[in-house]
Design a protein around this ligand. Structure first.
Ligand code: NAP
Length: 267
């Protein structure tokens, strides 16, 4: 597994993390056990980042993550998110406490604002985030679905901490962030966390077969390798099956030539 620095914190996170959207949804206990097993297998394969959110399956995704990290908490970097309707100061604090309880942990490694809320001042939200960082409930602060201007405003609202990441949609099928958010992250040394990197399971049929053959990779592996070609980017594909988890965990074991990345991108 390849590891990259989160922001400029010195913290190393795996280039491929694990998304957990839909984990915990309508789960039977067998499905839930299988989700826990898949996440634990991901950790065994060297993945140390798990991404969840308070809104995923109304908190049950966080519970699945909590179960998966029991006994191995220190080996895992947990990223979760506060929902946009909880961005008033006291709501952030209360949402964080609920997430901690569901995750069964005393700290969240990366606490992200899930979406901006234009009706709530980011300064108010960030003052709560800093309070959580100060009392040790949260180690690092991030944002998600923030524009460049919103990220800059969030950063400027922090007094003692920094925004370390922005989680946004990025895949071969959606390259909008290349225009401004990616260059901003590179310039400001923020990590760009690519969500839906496999285009929600719609695997590109345009991947050149020369690439899959040369590197003995599946098209999904080529997609993940391509999306993380910039050292500032990490990706959080969601995999419920063990075989998908294994494919994803080994997708960045080698790096392509620059012209091959161009070829995949233009195809
Ligand atoms: P995704 O990761 O692009 O795609 C997930 C789909 O791809 C699932 O159907 C999965 O199938 C399939 N898959 C996984 N590995 C595969 C492989 N090697 N080969 C073929 N298919 C594969 O989509 P996503 O779940 O939307 O995004 C990933 C994560 O990003 C989410 O889980 C969530 O944590 C985060 N996210 C964040 C936001 C935000 O607003 N911040 C929004 C959306 C998502 P199986 O599950 O059957 O293995």
């Amino acid at each position: 597994m390849e590891y990259r620095e989160l922001g400029h914190t010195g913290e190393k996170v795996s280039t491929i993390g694990m998304g957990t959207w839909r984990f915990g949804t309508h789960s039977t206990s067998a499905e839930r056990a299988s989700q826990v097993q898949t996440l634990r297998h991901g950790v065994e394969l060297g993945i140390n980042l798990i991404d969840t959110a308070e809104i995923y399956a109304s908190g049950r995704s966080e519970e699945v993550v909590g179960e998966a990290v029991k006994g191995i908490r220190k080996d895992v970097f947990i990223a979760t998110k506060v929902a946009p309707e909880h961005l008033h100061h006291d709501d952030v604090i209360a949402a964080c406490k609920r997430s901690l309880a569901r995750l069964g942990t005393s700290y969240i490694d990366l606490y992200q604002v899930h979406w901006p809320n234009p009706h709530i001042s980011i300064r108010e939200t960030m003052s709560a985030m800093e309070k959580l960082a100060k009392d040790g409930s949260v180690r690092y602060i991030g944002v998600s679905n923030f524009s460049v201007a919103e990220t800059a405003e969030a950063s400027a609202s922090l007094e003692r901490s920094e925004i370390v990441s922005n989680q946004v949609e990025y895949s071969l099928s959606d390259r909008r962030i290349e225009a401004d958010i990616l260059p901003y992250c590179v310039r400001e040394k923020l990590t760009l966390i690519a969500y839906s990197p496999l285009n929600r399971g719609h695997i590109a049929d345009s991947i050149p077969s020369a690439m899959t053959q040369k590197y003995r990779m599946t098209p999904a592996q080529v997609m993940l390798n391509w999306v993380t070609r910039d050292p500032r980017v990490i990706a959080i594909p969601k995999a419920a099956s063990l075989s998908h988890m294994e494919e994803n965990a080994t997708s960045v074991s080698v790096r392509f030539e620059p012209e091959e990345y161009e070829q995949v991108g233009s195809a």
